[in-house]
Design a protein around this ligand. Structure first.
Ligand SMILES: [Zn+2]
Length: 295
């Protein structure tokens, strides 16, 4: 617990450093348009301190080991809240002038398997992409280390209910427990509660919307299904890619799963999306819908 609290404090401190650095950089830029701050200059305060007073002959190894121990995404700038999920479950800008040509990547029903998780994380890293991993509570209970890996490598954890059952058929109390138990087990493991909720099978009702709202969860289904779950696409990465490309539109909320053929498809899929000019939304840039877009 103390460890988690100290990690949280460290994260907050980093955010403060980042915010104040960004503010300074912005005002300096206003004075001098030549200023071109790089990420390394922004994150420098959080990283350089531990490397001081090191014998130069051992610097390389020490830096490597420090890098290996810094698993928290605390040195990454948290993006501004610029997007929301609309009623069609697309991801759309909150204001004019923000890039609309974006997609949201999501992977449901894990975490299950080390090899598949590694494959997804490596490919996301290669493309500098962030995704939401909508997890089930019973999977987290069985594989807490995989959950931590996903989080530690800077990806975002979403709530996909405990048992992956049709919550519409459950009593309100059971449905609430299905959601809230996942909030709890995720917090117990990574020190943060999910911010996003997707009901299994996209099956929900007013009660479920209310439960999500009570837990501060942004509710979504999807708007571009890869159909990787359909038995006819089993072991067919090309079909998964084609299904996404066939439905591609601005703000596509792409539903995929932790499945071998999706892991295999991902690199080529992300490359194709990039070639078509799409960017990957950082889920941390997604806010509640602006007031005028609700109801
Ligand atoms: Zn699912």
């Amino acid at each position: 617990m103390i460890h988690l609290i100290s990690k949280k404090i460290a994260a907050l401190a980093t955010v403060c450093i980042l915010l104040s650095s960004c503010g300074q950089i912005q005002s300096e830029q206003e004075k001098d348009n030549k200023a071109n701050p790089s990420d390394s200059s922004i994150t420098a305060p959080a990283v350089t301190e531990p490397t001081s007073n090191i014998d130069p002959s051992t610097t390389e190894n020490t830096v490597n080991s420090i890098e290996n121990t810094i698993q928290e995404p605390t040195t990454e700038a948290v993006p501004e809240l610029q997007y929301h999920i609309n009623k069609a479950y697309n991801v759309v800008p909150n204001e004019e002038g923000i890039n609309k040509k974006v997609v949201l990547l999501t992977f449901d029903d894990g975490p299950k398997d080390q090899e598949m998780v590694n494959g997804l994380l490596d490919t996301l890293d290669k493309h500098q992409a962030k995704a939401i991993f909508f997890v089930n509570g019973y999977r987290v209970k069985a594989n807490p280390d995989l959950l931590k890996q996903i989080y530690d490598r800077g990806q975002i954890i979403g709530n996909h209910s405990w048992d992956h059952i049709d919550l519409k058929k459950e009593s309100p109390d059971n449905a609430r427990k299905q959601v809230e138990d996942v909030q709890q087990i995720v917090e117990d493991n990574i020190g943060e509660r999910p911010k996003f909720f997707r009901p299994p099978f996209g099956s929900g009702n007013d009660t479920l919307h209310k439960i999500a709202e009570d837990n501060g969860l942004i509710y979504m289904t999807w708007s571009n299904g890869s159909l990787d779950w359909d038995s006819k696409n089993k072991n067919k990465p090309d079909a998964v890619i084609q299904n996404v490309m066939d439905q591609l539109h601005n703000g596509s909320n792409i539903l995929m799963h932790e499945l071998p053929w999706t892991v295999e498809a991902l690199d080529e899929l992300l490359t194709k999306l990039e070639e078509q000019g799409y960017s990957f939304v950082d889920p941390r840039a997604i806010s509640e819908a602006p007031e005028e877009q609700q109801n």
